[in-house]
Design a protein around this ligand. Structure first.
Ligand code: ATP
Ligand code: MG
Ligand code: MG
Ligand code: MG
Length: 538
């Protein structure tokens, strides 16, 4: 049964579902992740998880192939690491307590996590195999499933709890060499994103939890994005929000209590939030809404409320859910207390940057232009790591004088599954998906026209399909009977799943004509089949 289904997945996928799309305006009604499911590209068994069905998998493989091609070009070696990772290495690098780790234990009680990224494991491998400086530089990469216990999985592929990432790691003899390698991989990323054909932005980024000192994020600018980019009108530099606002690259900040501000809801005179100035902005520490006890006791004085805030670790550790929109009122003075603050909690959890940069702010780099803010989807991230991992894991090589030295590293991620959702989101139109030809599940759909001589039409379709395939073009044959699925419907269905071209054969018999329609073309084009064949033979 399954085998039979899998043989005709494509036709089945849209033949069973297309009744749903009689309305032309699919874009208005259906969120992208639902469109993926309705058209049979993916299935989401539960929040944050995705099964890839044949149509979706075709796109995935195309994206992977583009990535493999460019990674090989910079001499990166492909590896495939286990998804399970024992706790020891993570404890050594201080990352075992990361909140997003999916942790599990074996029957003997030993701790593991499902790999969210692989700096620890890969460094451990390379350390065992690299002896001397002659073995370096080295770039290792894989396209593999990653696991993160995202607090707010989003739109299936965009923010999954299991997702596909291309992760690459570089190892060099010195920082200078590592930066050369960084540039090389940066070049590979440019090539990958160019081949994907969607305009992209590169933003200077902070290095966050991964550590290190130089980093870029790769984005698709789109209003649905969760990230914010700031671009200078004068020097043109683009940076992400953390970099722009100079937020610290640490998990907790020692809070100078004299600096903490708290805000009151003017009308109710109750405390609603605590903020702390970090860099050039105010970072929210807590919001009262999260602490139900406090909400009901609006008669508490400010001091009593603050005392409550400080009482329990669990309160202190809580993350920020959303900004209150009360008219905020500034006060000062607070007693001494340390406040651990989870960086990232306010961007990842809320989906909104809680920290607002003033628009129009003067560029922090050139100090001339003004910063313009745009929403964007992060699809890749490159980091220069230096010795952030090689030091704790003691990954050394012997230099030319026979002395051990720490390797200098870089790491480079691309959200392979997220890219597919992001491209769909950015390009889809009223008629469905619009895939760039480089990743489309099929590049051409061939449909028979309403001709009189069926035999001749089919022979012509075979000929067209054959020559397209020989040219390396992926072809979808729509064999559904024309009497039941009319020409218009077949064209619409092909457009719906985002096949860039439709070829209609045998419409004008006895003239052997083929008609070509591009999904985004204004006019169709018509060719004589004999002419095309003759041209091919020349
Ligand atoms: P985000 O800020 O969106 O949470 P991140 O900065 O935590 O992403 P990185 O650690 O930089 O992600 O991982 C490299 C790439 O993997 C990201 O640029 C993104 O494209 C992708 N990625 C990260 N988390 C997810 C996820 N939960 N689902 C799908 N793709 C993801
Ligand atoms: Mg994240
Ligand atoms: Mg990020
Ligand atoms: Mg990132």
């Amino acid at each position: 049964m399954l085998a039979r289904l899998l043989k005709k997945p494509f036709v089945r996928a849209y033949a069973t579902n297309n009744q749903l799309f009689l309305s032309k305006d699919v874009s208005k009604d259906i969120p992208t992740h639902e469109l993926f499911q309705k058209l049979g590209f993916t299935k989401q068994p539960s929040s944050g998880l995705v099964h890839w069905l044949p149509l979706g998998l075709r796109i995935l493989r195309n994206v992977e192939n583009i990535i493999h091609t460019e990674m090989r070009r910079v001499d990166a070696e492909e590896v495939a690491l286990s998804s399970l990772s024992a706790a020891a290495l993570w404890k050594t690098t201080g990352r075992w307590d990361n909140r997003e780790l999916f942790k599990l234990q074996d029957a003997k009680g030993a701790d593991y996590c499902l790999a969210p990224t692989c700096e620890e494991e890969i460094t451990d491998i390379v350390k065992a195999h690299v002896g001397s400086y002659k073995d370096l530089p080295l770039i290792m990469y894989q396209v593999a499933r990653k696991y993160r216990d995202e607090k707010r999985p989003r739109a299936g592929l965009l923010r999954g709890r299991e997702f596909l990432m291309k992760d690459a790691y570089s190892f060099d003899v010195s920082e200078t060499h590592a930066l050369v390698t960084y540039d090389k991989v940066y070049g590979a990323y440019k090539a990958i994103f160019r081949t994907l054909k969607i305009p992209f932005a590169i933003a200077e980024a902070d290095t966050g939890d991964i550590g290190g000192s130089l980093s870029h994020e790769w984005h698709y600018v789109h209003h649905s994005g969760e990230d914010s980019l700031f671009t200078c009108s004068s020097c043109g530099s683009t940076s992400n929000i953390e970099k722009t606002l100079a937020l610290p690259e640490v998990d907790s900040v020692p809070v100078d209590t004299a600096e903490v501000r708290y805000f009151l809801n003017e009308s109710k005179d109750t405390l609603v939030a605590l903020y702390y100035p970090v860099g050039r902005t105010l970072v929210p520490l807590f919001l009262k809404e999260e602490i139900p006890d406090l909400n009901t006791k609006s008669t508490l004085t400010d001091e009593e409320t603050l005392a409550k805030f400080m009482e329990g670790e669990e309160i202190i550790g809580k993350s920020i859910i959303r900004v209150m929109d009360a008219r905020l009122h500034d006060r000062t003075i607070l007693p001494d207390f340390p406040v651990p603050f989870q960086r990232g909690s306010f961007t990842t959890l809320t989906g909104l940057p809680l920290v607002e940069a003033r628009e129009g702010e003067v560029c922090y780099k050139c100090e001339e232009g003004r910063l313009e803010r745009q929403k964007a989807i992060e699809v890749g991230h490159t980091f220069f790591l230096g010795t952030r991992y090689s030091a704790p894991l003691n990954a050394t090589f012997t230099n030319e004088f026979g002395k051990p030295e720490l390797m200098s590293m870089g790491c480079y991620g691309i959200g392979v599954s997220r890219i597919i959702a992001a491209i769909a989101e950015v390009t889809r139109d009223m008629e469905g998906f619009v895939w760039p030809a480089t990743i489309a599940p099929f590049q051409v759909t061939i449909i028979e026209g309403p001709g009189k001589n069926y035999q001749q039409t089919v022979a012509m379709m075979d000929g067209v399909a054959q020559s397209l395939k020989e040219g390396g073009i992926t072809v979808n044959r729509d064999f559904r009977p024309l009497e039941r699925f009319g020409l218009g419907k077949k064209i619409r269905d092909s457009n719906l799943i985002g096949v860039p071209l439709v070829v209609i054969a045998g419409k004008a018999l006895p003239r052997l004509e083929i008609e070509v329609r591009g999904k985004r073309w204004e006019q169709k084009e018509t060719y004589l089949w004999q002419e095309l064949r003759a041209r091919k033979q020349e």
